[in-house]
Design a protein around this ligand. Structure first.
Ligand code: ARG
Length: 688
């Protein structure tokens, strides 16, 4: 139990164990392709989070931090939903969110045999990839023939198995309700990734469909979805030992990573990501504190950067504290014994070791490609123009047009929402870090010629002459798009140089061959590890496909002499209250009801439960997932993991790893008693 992100369609393998943990449902009630089942109430929310359907009118419950971008995007200094909350009193008041989606899983299937029979061990990486694409394209086409569904095949266990997924994606999703962020993000970055926690991390949306109950683009004539299943809600509360399972879409874990990967992550990769993010946060904050409009425009970006800034601080710390590299070395030693004399596994671990050695030198340039080129917004926009021009020069007009559209869309957003002060200061400061960090023999063009001391002058030149440095100049330029002029633009040249440097570094023969060897060795390592323990149940790494994890409500002891209880209450919110610190402000409406102990049907023994712990196995992407009891009723919404187990994406720690969830009774108390959105509670099916 506890450890394991299981595939719902293979849950028969765990079913007896689930019953031992307290499950009362049949397998068919969890996953069925013929009848409605729990899986039909679980959605991939926008592709980055999870949500659950909690009414027969398509009402979605997810996390506040999952709805954050949509909430901030709908907010202005005058109608500030992020700070003040928002509650639609009726369908008409719900706010459409451009680009947001909700995806249901229709069915899943193991297609490993069909794919594997076309592959053999003599294929090159390229031949293998080509063959896999060929076979899976056909499987996908067959799977959706005659329907409006979409399908995809993913590899599992590092390329040892292949499963097919058929899905249905709705594209008209509307914001229904959110508490003020003082509640929804209570504790801020200070409490993020930590227990004890007191956060009302929820928001509500609704799925809209065409009159045929099928996906449709946004339209006023769309109607609330009639879902196949919606979760009944338990008001009975949770106690230690209760059955708890979580269904959702975990994004990525790396549980089969070797000690060599752990060592590289700790020594080189993670500290650098943390440094870069700290700089970005410092600059954003400086400007956000000065201006509400700027703050609203950057809140979501800031939260995203901060979330994984703290994540990597914690992961490095706990990989060390939990001695994860040692644990991995033990597995590698056992693997060495098991594989001795087996030809198939010859050289597997040394290939992995060598691949990491060979790539140590390019870790920084890879980090800057993602943290700087792709994730500093002004850069990512100019980079799209760079790719577009590349496509044009290569004579690929279709790709050119597609990239130009993407670049223009990105520009539109940037000039509407971004502050050039923040963008250009970030550009300059992170560029200085790049010049210091990336080995000189990998740098090309501008960064190499200007050096750290030349960055300020370079940024001044960008400000005075780049077409991208102001909205007016950009719009003027776009009236008469001219590739030759672009080729002279300092920012365009910078992005071209950064990308050339990156492509040259990762394209070196030695690096490419290390990468191919690593992929092959990882595949064989995972295969071998599974063969080595034939009686152990294995689960594949998270890859944004639907998973189920089951276990129990459970406290933990973070360190010697310290015990953490499994739940927190509203009293704890008030203990943390600090009106002088925006992270710990308590909304007066909450305070008022707390003073009166007015908890209605949501309290018990004069207390209101707020957050609770269970030993489920989740990760990023699971955010917003339903926590479901043994009867298939909703008891909470998962929203975080705990500090002591921040190494958990690489090695699960059964004694200290916990899922942090928002108790559904706190959610409903806020919706109903605090904010008076009784229209929403009336839609739900409450079980007392
Ligand atoms: N750590 C959470 C996760 O990745 C996100 C929590 C958001 N809250 C916050 N204070 N930033 O799932």
């Amino acid at each position: 139990a506890d450890e394991g992100m299981w595939l719902p369609f293979l849950i028969g393998r765990n079913y007896e164990d689930m019953k031992k943990h307290g499950l009362k449902l049949t397998q068919e009630q969890i996953y069925s392709i013929n009848n409605s089942s729990l899986k039909d109430a679980v959605i991939s929310f926008g592709g980055f989070c999870t949500g659950e359907i909690i009414s027969n009118q398509g009402l979605i419950l997810t996390n506040h931090h999952c709805g954050y971008d949509a909430i901030a995007g709908a907010s202005t200094p005058e109608q500030n939903y992020l700070d003040n909350g928002f509650w639609a009193k009726n369908f008409k008041e719900e706010i459409a969110v451009k680009g947001l989606t909700a995806t249901f899983m229709i069915r899943m299937e193991d297609v490993s045999q069909q794919v594997l029979k076309e592959l053999n061990s003599k294929m090159t990486a390229e031949e293998r990839a080509k063959k896999i694409k060929e076979v899976t394209d056909i499987l996908v086409k067959d799977a959706v023939a005659g329907t409006k569904y979409e399908a995809f095949v993913r590899d599992f266990y590092d390329g040892n198995e292949f499963y097919l997924f058929v899905k249905e994606t709705f594209k008209d999703i509307r914001l229904v309700g959110t508490p003020p962020q003082s509640a929804g993000k209570f504790g801020g970055d200070t409490d993020n990734w930590e227990w004890p926690r007191h956060t009302a991390d929820f928001s509500m949306f609704r799925v809209y469909a065409g009159s045929d109950n099928k996906p449709a683009d946004f339209s006023d004539s769309n109607v609330p979805l009639k879902p196949k299943h919606s979760l009944p809600i338990s008001l009975k509360g949770v106690k230690q030992g209760d059955y708890a399972m979580v269904m959702g879409f975990p994004g990525r874990t790396n549980r089969y990573l070797t000690s060599y990967g752990v060592d590289q992550a700790i020594a080189i990769e993670q500290p650098k990501i943390v440094d870069i993010r700290a700089k970005k946060l410092e600059i954003m904050k400086k400007y956000m504190d000065k201006d509400v409009a700027v703050r609203l425009h950057y809140s979501s970006k800031y939260a995203q950067v901060a979330n994984y800034w703290k994540y990597f601080i914690g992961q490095t710390k706990q990989l060390k504290a939990n001695k994860v590299a040692d644990k991995k070395r033990k597995v590698e030693e056992e693997f060495a014994k098991f594989s001795a004399g087996k030809e198939e596994y010859a050289g597997v671990v040394s290939d992995i070791e060598n691949a990491f050695k060979a790539t140590n030198d390019i870790v920084y340039i890879k980090i800057y490609q993602s943290e700087f080129v792709r994730q500093v917004d002004i850069n990512s926009m100019v980079y799209l123009y760079k790719l577009a021009i590349d496509a044009k020069n290569a004579g690929n007009d279709q790709r050119f047009n597609g990239l130009m559209d993407a670049a223009k869309a990105s520009a539109e957003e940037i000039y509407a929402e971004r502050s050039m002060d923040i963008e250009l200061e970030t550009l300059g400061e992170v560029l200085k870090m790049y010049i210091r960090d990336v080995p000189m023999n990998q740098q090309v063009g501008i960064t190499k010629s200007i050096g750290v001391d030349g960055v300020d002058a370079f940024i001044a030149r960008v400000k005075s002459s780049s077409v991208f440095a102001s909205k007016e100049r950009y719009e003027e330029f776009m009236k008469n798009f001219d590739a030759a002029k672009l080729a002279q633009d300092p920012l365009f040249i910078l992005l071209k140089d950064l990308d050339n440097a990156y492509q040259a570094a990762v394209g070196q023969d030695a690096i490419k061959s290390a990468g191919e060897k690593l992929a092959r060795a990882n595949r064989l390592f995972v295969k071998g590890v599974r063969e080595m323990q034939p009686n152990k149940k294995f689960y594949p790494n998270a890859n944004s496909t639907m998973r189920l994890t089951y276990g129990n409500v459970l406290a933990y002891d973070p360190r010697d002499g310290v015990h953490y209880d499994f739940f927190t209450t509203l009293d704890g919110v008030m203990q943390k209250e600090d009106p002088t610190n925006p992270e710990f402000v308590v909304d007066p409406r909450i305070k008022e009801l707390w003073e009166k102990k007015d908890y209605g049907q949501y309290g018990s023994n004069g207390k209101l439960a707020v957050n609770f712990l269970s030993n489920n196995d989740i990760t990023g992407g699971n955010s917003g997932s339903p926590v479901i009891n043994g009867n298939g009723e909703l008891i909470g919404t998962a929203f975080d993991g705990n500090w002591e187990a921040m190494s958990g994406d690489i090695y699960f720690e059964p004694n200290i790893q916990r899922t942090i969830s928002l108790d559904i009774r706190y959610t409903l108390w806020l919706v109903d008693k605090c904010y008076g959105a009784t229209n929403l509670v009336n839609e739900m099916k409450l079980v007392k």
